[in-house]
Design a protein around this ligand. Structure first.
Ligand code: NAD
Ligand code: AKB
Length: 316
């Protein structure tokens, strides 16, 4: 890898992945692209390109202009936003992905990485210690696009040798950039509300247990898979990855260890229906065996760190 293009680089994961790529590969070798302007000044040390991933020519000219040999495509419409606008979710998550895949083949890119999600699972999947291989019948448009994305990656790897890689991320918790319209967003919002108002009204039910991961593990795992020797990998874009699992009431209890007066109430909305059919826990033995994955952050360490970091932003 010499020159990396991060599409969707202004988002929750892209903004932090770019910082790590800068550290590992040098900021001159990392180009950040997104469909929106960088109004919050996220990109400080990289070339920024405003492009829409659904615009084939724009992605192609960016690849050519910067001599790109690796693409990380993070541009996506997440689960809750996707249910509000399924057509847009299809366009960005599938048409955009196909642009990246076709250009990856045309320009013989070294590798292409596109995340999947626990949203690939659904009512017929095994929902505890969910295995790598199980029935995938998602009940959201987002989940549908993620299943198809995994299958397209596999297809183009086998037919055209495109080195396609991806992780089924769990809900990602972080404090740098806010999450972008998912079902697991509550697990970030709760910290801001706990510190600002000592109370939080949760859009999931108390017992909705989901797999989650703290951003430092997400960034490290992504880099590890990106760097892994292809000959060690038995699959492409669908690695299960696990770190911790908790419900809103578990998380609230952990926050109360730091803020004893914190209270939580529940007003489950349509996102609770999505969460109901996502796994409670994940079996990530394939990632552990094939590329050495091991999480470092558990819930109590994550909560302590989130409260410390979010406090710097909300308590002046
Ligand atoms: P996000 O919503 O925070 O960021 C996505 C970025 O893509 C945004 O900056 C947005 O402006 C950009 N974008 C949207 N449409 C675009 C388009 N047409 N062209 C170019 N850019 C466009 O999302 P994220 O949380 O950073 O997720 C990144 C990837 O990881 C996605 O594929 C998502 O499905 C996956 N994922 C995320 C999580 C999570 O909890 N954050 C969990 C599982 C999987
Ligand atoms: C979402 O909730 O949509 C994302 C995801 C788990 O894919 N955070």
């Amino acid at each position: 890898m010499k020159k990396i293009l991060v599409i969707g680089g202004l988002g929750q994961i892209g903004s932090e992945l770019t910082a790590e790529f800068n550290h590992c590969y040098g900021n001159n070798n990392v180009v950040v692209a997104d469909a929106v302007d960088d109004k919050n000044g996220i990109v400080k040390n990289n070339v920024f390109e405003k492009i829409d991933v659904t615009d084939f020519n724009a992605v192609e000219s960016t690849i050519k202009r910067h001599n790109i040999d690796t693409i990380i495509n993070l541009a996506a419409i997440l689960s809750a936003s996707g249910e509000k606008n399924p057509d847009l979710a299809w366009r960005v998550n599938i048409d955009g992905l196909l642009n990246v895949i076709r250009l990856g083949i045309q320009y013989k890119l070294d590798r292409v990485m596109v995340p999947s999600s626990i949203a690939v699972f659904g009512p017929q999947s095994v929902l505890y210690n969910t295995p790598q291989e199980t029935v995938l019948t998602p009940n959201t448009m987002y989940g549908v696009t993620k299943v198809i994305g995994e299958m397209l990656g596999d297809y183009y790897f086998k037919k055209h040798g495109l080195d396609f890689r991806g992780i089924r991320y769990p809900g990602i918790i972080s404090h740098t950039t806010l999450p972008g319209g998912g079902t697991t967003d509550y697990a970030v919002e709760i910290f801001y509300e706990a510190l600002k108002h000592k109370t939080y009204n949760c859009f999931l039910s108390a017992e909705a247990c989901l797999p989650m991961m703290y951003m430092p593990d997400c960034v490290r795992g992504t880099l590890e898979l990106l760097e892994a020797d292809r000959s060690q990998l038995k699959r492409c874009g669908n690695y299960n990855l696990s770190a911790m699992s908790f419900s809103p009431e578990d998380l609230a209890a952990e926050i109360r260890k730091h803020i004893p007066e914190f209270t939580i109430s529940y007003a489950p909305d349509f996102r609770n229906e999505i969460a109901k059919y996502w796994p409670a826990s994940i079996d990530d033995s394939a990632a552990r065996a094939e590329w050495g994955w091991k999480p470092e952050w558990d819930m109590s360490a994550m909560v302590a760190d989130m409260l410390k970091e979010v406090a710097k932003k909300v308590i002046k």
